[in-house]
Design a protein around this ligand. Structure first.
Ligand code: SF4
Length: 495
């Protein structure tokens, strides 16, 4: 029987997913550009441009390679697929198991046949085997099991370099003088320009120049650029937030891994080959490998393991509306936040530390609704698939799951940002102060957050030190007063 091979915009591979079972002679490859998807939210322009242009390029490349391809613009994905099925009623609808609950459910109602999803290194069943045996879902334990299972950086059952992780080496602050190297830009073509013209007015953010490639060749170019120019320095500076570079020594590969233009298998292989060449320290290689075979697989595994309703958690009863500064960097005087939100506006990307310790930390400390914050994160980051953002925001960022994913909240005052970033010197606030008009909002809100949630954390032994610190505060009444001022000022855009 002939098949309709449906390729979602996050499975753009000729070698993986449904293309593995496709026949050039008999089958029709279908991609659907859903108007509801494009206009349904206030998406970042970089994100829309990247996803749509990559899909259109992918369809064009398949067609020029001799495949029968339909690229449909439709009101919804379902409407587009129905249209094709009406034209080819005897064809079977085939797709790789989708990467989101919603698409999986929709395609199931259309009797689609699912083929193995091999855009990850760990199947759902394999992850469940691990998770079912855990008392707590510690990423580090999963990562070590992955290293052994995949035989990566392991020698006779022992970790290469003598340790499973090199975190202690990988926490360098940004130096005053450092060569952060270059970032790639790509030439726009007619497809890119057409997509730009069609972007909806509802979209948000900057779109000057082409910093994100939209073809497999450009994704490979980005991978090569990282391994040649940044890989060796990646580890030591992976947590640093320098002023002089928006991407530091990060790979910028997550968008391509998440839309299928690159596979984790080939990225890991390339990293290990570079490491074997001998000019990359183990701290950089291990730190990078951890992101791919550890964090990425763990987050995807937990997304499915915890189920669809996990996204609705709100254990700390956080109900504040999204702060205006998340869409307007000028709506705050906090230099770190202004700088990070400007980067998001500009590139649709910042690395994991500004995401976690600036943006998410602020949402957590101010009590922004986890669901509102999740929507924003999904809309503005170029690599923000549902499976990425739901566990990251509900579990890691806002502690809305009562510690299912992370045993304690990632809450911090200004000291961490002051140490790992270069924002504080030019800020009107002082990271060391928790009271007074020039007190750092992070520092004030950190103590106020602990105070507001002291009952929720009372039995959490990992919060013991913090809660003991709170009890020792002699100026708690002043902190509470300053916190009220800061919270109302952030909501009105005056802090
Ligand atoms: Fe951010 Fe506080 Fe530093 Fe200002 S003082 S840049 S608000 S951490």
């Amino acid at each position: 029987m002939s098949q309709i091979i449906y390729i979602p915009f996050d499975q753009l591979s000729t070698e993986r997913g449904a293309m593995k079972v496709a026949s050039k002679e008999n089958d029709l490859v279908v991609l659907v550009e859903s108007q509801r998807m494009i206009t349904g939210r206030q998406w970042h322009r970089q994100r829309l441009q990247f996803l749509i242009s990559s899909a259109r390029h992918f369809a064009e490349e398949l067609a020029s390679d001799g495949w029968q391809v339909r690229y449909l613009k439709s009101e919804t994905t379902k409407a587009g697929l129905k249209e094709v099925l009406q034209q080819f009623p005897h064809f079977q609808l085939v797709c790789a198991t989708p990467n989101s609950f919603r698409l999986r459910e929709m395609l199931s109602t259309m009797n689609a046949t699912f083929v193995e999803n091999d855009f990850f290194l760990t199947s759902e069943d394999m992850f469940s085997l691990w998770a079912d045996k855990q008392k707590s879902f510690t990423m580090e334990n999963f990562y070590r099991a992955q290293r052994k299972r995949l035989n990566i950086l392991v020698d006779n059952g022992e970790p290469v370099g003598g340790a499973w992780n090199f975190d202690a080496d990988n926490r360098l602050a940004p130096p005053k003088q450092h060569d952060w190297g270059s970032t790639l830009t790509f030439a726009t073509d007619d497809v890119d320009r057409q997509v730009t013209q069609e972007l909806p007015e509802t979209s948000w953010g900057n779109l000057d120049g082409k910093i994100w490639g939209t073809t497999r060749a450009e994704a490979l170019q980005q991978m090569e650029h990282f391994f040649t120019h940044h890989f060796a320095n990646f580890g030591p500076y992976e947590d640093a937030m320098p002023n002089a570079s928006w991407s530091g020594h990060h790979s910028l590969l997550s968008p391509y891994l998440n839309n299928g233009l690159l596979s984790p298998h080939e990225v890991v292989r390339a990293a290990l080959n570079r490491f074997a060449d001998g000019d990359v320290p183990i701290s950089s290689c291990e730190g990078f490998i951890r992101q791919i075979i550890g964090w990425r697989e763990y987050i995807n595994g937990m997304y499915w393991y915890l189920g669809y309703d996990y996204r609705d958690n709100n254990h700390l009863n956080a109900t504040r509306k999204l702060l205006p500064l998340f869409h307007d960097a000028q709506a705050t005087h906090m230099n770190c936040v202004k700088s990070v939100v400007s980067d998001v506006h500009e590139y649709g990307w910042t690395h994991h530390i500004p995401r976690l310790m600036v943006l998410s930390n602020l949402a957590l400390l101010t009590g922004v609704s986890p669901q509102d914050f999740l929507d924003w994160m999904r809309e503005v980051f170029i690599d923000a698939a549902d499976w990425v953002m739901v566990p990251n925001v509900i579990g890691m960022a806002t502690h809305a799951d009562n510690g299912v994913l992370m045993t304690k909240p990632y809450a911090s005052g200004g000291a961490y940002i002051s140490k790992m970033g270069q924002f504080c010197k030019e800020c009107q606030y002082d990271p060391k102060k928790r009271t007074g008009n020039d007190a750092c909002p992070f520092t004030t809100l950190y103590w106020d957050f602990l105070d507001r949630n002291k009952e929720a954390f009372a039995k959490n032994h990992r919060m013991f030190q913090q809660m003991a610190g709170l009890r020792r505060l002699s100026d708690l009444p002043e902190v509470r007063t300053r916190a009220q001022h800061v919270l109302s000022g952030l909501s009105s855009g005056e802090v």
